[in-house]
Design a protein around this ligand. Structure first.
Ligand code: CA2
Length: 147
């Protein structure tokens, strides 16, 4: 059974408590349940994690090599700043879909740049919690085609 890792970065543990107009009303637990239900329908194994610490996210990406077939990464604000996360993804060589709840291109200019996009399979943003489902589908399609 193929297995994927859904990895969430800083402050995403606060989802559902503030700024619902930007990030939606779902909590991260709601999103995990959505992802588990969807992965189940596709026959995919799934691990779901969140950390506020850049190093812990890097460790999780390294650990995904050999354990997971793909990663859905919402790196939060580290998306816009972290070359270390970008290097972790390219060295782990695990296909990674970059994901954001909000449309980062419709927001402040500092959110327009992504270091992750450079090494990602593709990028999904602006569809709220449903974006996680879209990202799982994208990764699943990629893994199926790759065989
Ligand atoms: O839209 C996304 O998913 C982001 O990755 C979310 C990050 C932001 O820095 C990125 O530019 C885009 C921020 C996550 C903060 O989440 C909060 C949730 C509720 C209350 C406060 C922050």
């Amino acid at each position: 059974m193929a297995s994927i890792l859904i990895l969430n970065g800083p402050n995403l543990n606060l989802l559902g408590t503030r700024q619902p107009e930007i990030y939606g009303r779902e909590t991260l637990d709601d999103i995990e349940a959505l992802c588990r239900a969807h992965a189940g329908t596709l026959g995919l194994g799934l691990d779901f994690a969140q950390s506020n610490h850049e190093g812990a996210l890097i460790d999780a990406i390294h650990a995904a090599r050999g354990r997971h077939d793909g990663i859905v990464l919402n790196a939060g604000a580290y998306t816009h700043t972290s070359i270390a996360l970008m290097d972790a993804i390219s060295s782990a060589q695990v296909p990674t879909v970059e994901l954001h709840l909000s449309n980062i291109h419709a927001r402040e200019s500092f959110r327009h740049r992504s270091h992750i996009a450079r090494v990602a399979l593709g990028v999904i943003c602006g569809f709220g919690a449903q974006g996680y489902v879209l990202a799982i589908d994208a990764l699943h399609g990629h893994l199926e085609r790759r065989g």
